[in-house]
Design a protein around this ligand. Structure first.
Ligand SMILES: [Zn+2]
Length: 211
């Protein structure tokens, strides 16, 4: 919630994989990562529930298995879903965390990054409240860059990518309205004194599915 306040201390990730400045809403939809698995990929998503409607409690409800299925006809198709993401950044730039970064959240599904499949095993997921057909807010970019920096400090990320790139043909988010060059530039601008080469790779091409 804090990123709205410019005077607040920078976001950080504690030793247990939680961001103290985020609203914590623990999801049961997570499990242990494999022993010794590196946590080195950041995956950007978008989500809105119902689609293209913002501000409701429904994303948090979905990720905590408490979705009010009667609230909208669209929700009926979500009944069997058991999903989560480590983080959600809402339109107002506020930050929610559902799963410790040390645990595996269930955000990527069937996916491939380079030689590695099952991206949930080694990645951290960030959901931006939004959709494929409208821009994200300035406050979201500000929070995303702060959070990305904190995650990179904590985990030494190798790369940042989109859900659409690790699950091509199956997923389209964060979509064409997500401004990758802006994200990259704003992240660098937020870390004065550090070289741009200190950033993880931005991988925004479709990853080939391995046979
Ligand atoms: Zn996604």
């Amino acid at each position: 919630m804090v990123p709205n306040n410019p005077a607040s201390e920078p976001l950080r990730i504690d030793a247990h994989g939680w961001c103290p400045q985020a609203q914590q809403l623990r999801s049961p939809n997570c499990d242990a990562r494999g022993a010794g698995t590196a946590i080195d990929l950041l995956v950007i998503h978008n989500i809105s529930l119902p689609p293209q409607q913002y501000g409701g409690p429904y994303i948090a409800q979905l990720f905590t298995n408490t979705l009010d299925f009667e609230a909208d006809p669209y929700f009926d198709q979500l009944r069997a879903l058991r999903v989560s993401s480590h983080f959600v950044i809402r339109r107002d730039g506020s930050l929610q965390q559902f799963v410790s970064t040390l645990q595996r959240a269930w955000h990527a599904g069937i996916s491939q990054f380079g030689e590695r499949s099952r991206c949930n095993d080694f990645s951290i997921g960030i959901e931006l409240e939004g959709c494929d057909v409208a821009p994200f807010s300035d406050l979201q970019y500000a929070c995303l860059c702060q959070l990305s920096h904190a995650l990179h400090q904590a985990h030494r990320l190798v790369a940042v990518t989109g859900h659409q790139h690790i699950a091509p043909g199956r997923k389209t988010d964060p979509g064409p309205c997500f401004d990758w060059p802006r994200y990259h530039a704003q992240w660098i601008a937020g870390m004065p004194g550090e070289a741009a080469t200190a950033l993880p790779l931005f991988v925004t091409v479709e990853q080939k599915t391995q046979p």
